[in-house]
Design a protein around this ligand. Structure first.
Ligand code: FAD
Length: 372
């Protein structure tokens, strides 16, 4: 099974070199944002709009973090290997999508769902698994690309941050793979457990915050997402929704992942950390659920988020205390200069893209108020 690596679409909008990588950089900013996921990008956009100078330091050679869209076999469309949906009750993401002019389509939910356990498969009457949701027609990563395009020149790729030092109580020094950057404030826009595992803070973070952060799960960080790409959405012709719940595995929850009008045609499933991911077992399960036509996918794409060093700390699957999401301690500035912020820190919609936008808005407001 081919694992997706890097950014299968290349640089955002094909603009190779648009976001520099590898240059030694020493610069002074108002704010340094660590991480070009949707939290970091939306925050940087907001701060720039408020007239502040911002530098975004990103570890990977692409933007988007857990938004990752791979090219389909034709190269003309995309398949989401990270997030794929937003929901009608999420006002921030709806407003942002409208502002950026991103094409959206409805998640296909019509038809019967399937259920599977050790005794076999069962066709359900209707689809109790899916609710109404919206999909990014150009892939969820298009949201990150559109935000990044607005930040032209302010994003440094391939620049993992290793330390943040508050200097003299008035500024921060951020050390990254390609140099050092200085600013009045810094925001660490990555999952808190990853932030404390990767970055040295000087002075050290308060012990209670380290305990909180290191015990905060990474949303979907232990999952593998498998996408089976087909020539046509054959399951729809059989009256199936393409959705299934399974206690037999390896995939536990499956959904239709087709593009607009059924192309590209795909079904995806989530597999937990303990699942054995053999391609033959995945295809066997798809055949059991959706029929013989599922036996010949054009391609299987698998993205193991647990193995992604810029998403998940070691043993991420052991983090299970979701009550830590949105903890009020995440809203306090550390030494008046540094914030931790990601979808996991949001009081509302934590885990979702909407939560990342909540976080960006809250930290953006706090910084603009502090910056005067
Ligand atoms: C399989 C899967 C399915 C999902 N499905 C949905 C869905 O359908 N709908 C939904 O709303 N949400 C979904 N999510 C969650 C959604 O993707 C996240 O809420 C959102 O993308 C989080 O954004 P973020 O910016 O907070 O974090 P991230 O996307 O994790 O961004 C963190 C960024 O920091 C960078 N970074 C890490 N370490 C460093 C470092 N040391 N220095 C510099 N940069 C660093 C990373 O490379 C990354 O770009 C899903 C997630 C996954 C994995």
């Amino acid at each position: 099974m081919a694992a997706a690596a890097g950014d299968p679409l290349g640089s955002p909008r094909g603009a190779a070199g648009r976001y520099p990588a590898g240059a030694h950089v020493s610069s002074t900013q108002d704010v340094i944002v660590v991480g070009a996921g949707v939290t970091g990008l939306a925050l940087a956009d907001r701060l720039r709009h408020a007239g502040l100078q911002v530098l975004v330091l990103e570890a990977r050679d692409r933007v988007g973090g857990r938004l990752l869209s791979a090219a389909d076999r034709s190269g003309a469309a995309t398949l989401d290997l990270g997030a794929s949906w937003c929901w009608p009750d999420e006002p921030r993401v709806q407003a942002l999508v409208a502002r950026l002019g991103l094409p959206m389509h409805e998640q296909h939910i019509v038809g019967d769902a399937m259920y599977q356990d050790a005794s076999g498969t069962q066709r359900l009457a209707g689809n109790p698994i899916d609710g109404r949701a919206l999909r990014f027609s150009s892939g969820a990563q298009s949201l990150a690309h559109a935000l990044a395009a607005r930040l032209d020149g302010s994003i440094l790729l391939s620049s993992p941050v290793s330390s943040i030092r508050v200097v003299g109580g008035a500024s921060v020094e951020v050390e990254h793979a390609n140099g050092c950057a200085y600013a009045r404030y810094a925001v660490v826009a990555l999952p808190p457990a990853l932030a404390v595992a990767q970055i040295d803070f000087d002075p050290p973070l308060p012990p209670a915050l380290v305990t909180l952060a290191s015990g905060t799960p990474v949303w979907m960080g232990a999952m593998t997402k498998v996408v089976a790409e087909y020539a046509a959405p054959f399951w729809r012709e059989a009256g199936l929704a393409g959705a299934a719940m399974s206690h037999a595995g390896p995939l536990r929850e499956l959904h239709d992942l087709c593009g607009p009008h059924g192309q590209p045609a795909a079904i995806f499933g989530f597999a937990p950390a303990e699942a054995t991911m053999e391609p033959a077992a995945v295809i066997g399960q798809l055949v059991a659920l959706f029929g013989e036509a599922a036996a010949a996918p054009l391609a299987l794409h698998a993205q193991c988020w647990r193995a992604e060093q810029w998403t998940s700390p070691p043993a991420v699957e052991r983090l299970a205390n979701y009550a830590t999401f949105g903890d009020p301690r995440y809203r306090q500035a550390i030494h008046s200069r540094v914030w931790l912020g990601s979808t996991e820190t949001a009081p509302a919609h934590p885990g979702h893209i909407e939560g990342a936008l909540e976080s960006a808005a809250a930290i953006g407001d706090a910084i603009t108020a502090a910056a005067g």
